[in-house]
Ligand binder design. Structure first.
Ligand code: ACO
Length: 429
């Protein structure tokens, strides 16, 4: 067994930590005995070098720009697969046969409707709420409907929860939008595909059915495949940590949605469009590039940089092409925001500041432009990301719940507060 020796130079005491190897990627030092043997913790703020679990779902090589779902390259899945098939792959580890896919689709369709009681929750939200806040609330509330019938230790129950979540997310998301713009609630349709159904719930009215646009559906389908899963990012880690306490899966996912909302994570797609609108014209780009590089200015180039990808995000490459195809097909190829984005990307990729820090476009640099071209309102961008990612969250949750020795997650800390002291009564302070 290969090991790493860790020595406390103050005492000379050493321990041998086993080196563990995965299928791909860097080896890890198994330091589980560190505290027991040396009385020390590891210190790794923001978990930059910590592998928090073993997983068989997704592999990322951030230096080479590789992303695999269950071993399959994202480029091949985006080209040949569809979102529901990718859901099956992520959940169960293999691509489905025709019969398996029919059964899976049938199962999802069976769960698309929401309990009518849940609809009353929408009315409690402020008229101009951000739809992500509605999503957090309504998905959390979903746990109240499936509480008694759910045995967390039964794999069949866990599977049913996963199917329910994937099936209901589009209905919940689309109707957050309908509530906010004062449109009637739209019921799901099982005679159209998953992505078509999401669009018809967002855009149809009782007096005006939505005409399905195949080009739009294809673009959204690709976007959803690219956003379906991304290993132990902040929102997924939130779901896993919450789930490790054996909490109800829908409440764990509500925690994941809350984490995704932030502009450093899923909120970036919305932030990119706001930034492009603010830049307004290609001629203003140099001025903004200077601001993005200025340490005294908090403005960052949104949609650039990634904790793991220190190369072009492979998803950004796919979505850039998809964006181009979509704008051409819709006849809006000269869209000003797309022009600004392409020029911004060109300039940033030649600039030493971004080159030295290995800052490349991430998936959200272009996803917002696709969503804008599809007439999806800005505040719904992160909501659609959450719909797509729900399969990643439940796949990771199911994998964790299947572990033989599931233990509650509990990071430690380096305490730097006051040393122990005695209480002083108020009169004496
Ligand atoms: N614009 C300008 N400078 C940046 C940017 C950026 N977008 N991103 C990182 N930097 C700089 C930092 O200032 C830092 O510079 P320094 O070394 O001189 O101090 C260096 O690059 C390293 O940045 P960190 O913040 O340490 O990198 P970290 O891995 O912690 O952050 C993150 C990654 C949050 C994605 C960051 O790059 C960022 O804020 N990007 C913009 C927001 C964004 O697009 N988020 C979407 C992520 S992808 C997703 O969730 C789907």
């Amino acid at each position: 067994m290969d090991t790493v020796t860790i020595t406390d130079n103050r005492t000379g005491k050493s321990i041998e930590c086993p080196i563990k190897q995965g299928t791909h990627g860097p080896d890890v030092i198994d330091c589980q005995t560190l505290y027991k043997e040396l009385g020390m913790f590891t210190f790794d703020p923001a978990f930059v070098t910590t592998a928090s679990c073993e997983s068989k779902i997704t592999f990322i090589d951030g230096d080479k720009g590789i992303l695999l779902y269950r071993g399959y390259p994202i480029e091949q899945l985006a080209e040949n697969s569809n979102y529901l098939e990718v859901c099956y792959l992520l959940l169960y580890g293999e691509l489905p046969t025709t019969t398996e896919m029919e059964g899976f689709t049938d199962n999802i369709n069976r769960h698309t409707i929401l309990n009518e009681g849940l609809l009353r929750f929408y009315n409690g939200f402020r008229h101009n709420a951000h739809p992500m806040s509605i999503l957090v609330g309504v998905v959390g509330a979903l746990s109240s409907y499936y509480y008694d019938a759910m045995d967390i230790n039964d794999p069949e129950h866990r599977n049913r929860s996963a199917l329910r979540l994937i099936a209901k997310m589009p209905t919940i998301a689309a109707n957050s939008h309908n509530y906010l713009i004062g449109h009637p609630y739209v019921y799901p349709r099982n005679d159209v595909g998953y992505v078509e159904n999401l669009m018809q719930m967002m855009f149809s009215m009782p007096n005006r059915p939505y005409e399905i646009n195949e080009v739009a559906v294809k673009a959204l389908e690709i976007m959803m495949i690219l956003h379906a899963e991304h290993e132990q990012n902040a929102s997924t880690s939130t779901v896993r940590l919450a789930g490790s306490s054996q909490a109800h899966p829908f409440s764990c996912v509500a925690g994941g949605i809350a984490t995704l909302w932030g502009p450093a994570h899923g909120g970036a797609n919305e932030a990119v469009i706001r930034m492009l609108q603010e830049i307004g014209d290609v001629k203003n780009i140099p001025k903004y590039i200077e601001r993005f590089k200025d340490k005294n200015d908090p403005t960052r180039l949104m949609g650039f940089g990634h904790r793991v990808y220190k190369n072009y995000d492979p998803r950004a490459k796919i979505i850039r092409n998809s964006c181009h195809d979509l704008l051409n097909a819709l006849g809006t190829a000269d869209q000003p925001l797309f022009e600004i984005a392409m020029e911004l990307e060109r300039i940033a990729l030649e600039d030493d500041y971004f080159i030295e820090r290995k800052l490349y476009p991430n998936v959200d640099f272009y996803s917002g432009i696709i969503l804008s071209a599809l007439d999806i309102p800005l505040n719904m961008f992160t909501v659609l990301f959450a719909v797509a990612r729900s399969v990643g969250w439940v796949s990771q949750w199911m994998e964790m719940m299947n572990e033989e020795n599931l233990r509650i997650g509990r990071p430690r800390q380096l305490y730097i507060g006051a040393s122990q002291r005695d209480y002083v009564s108020m009169k004496q302070r």
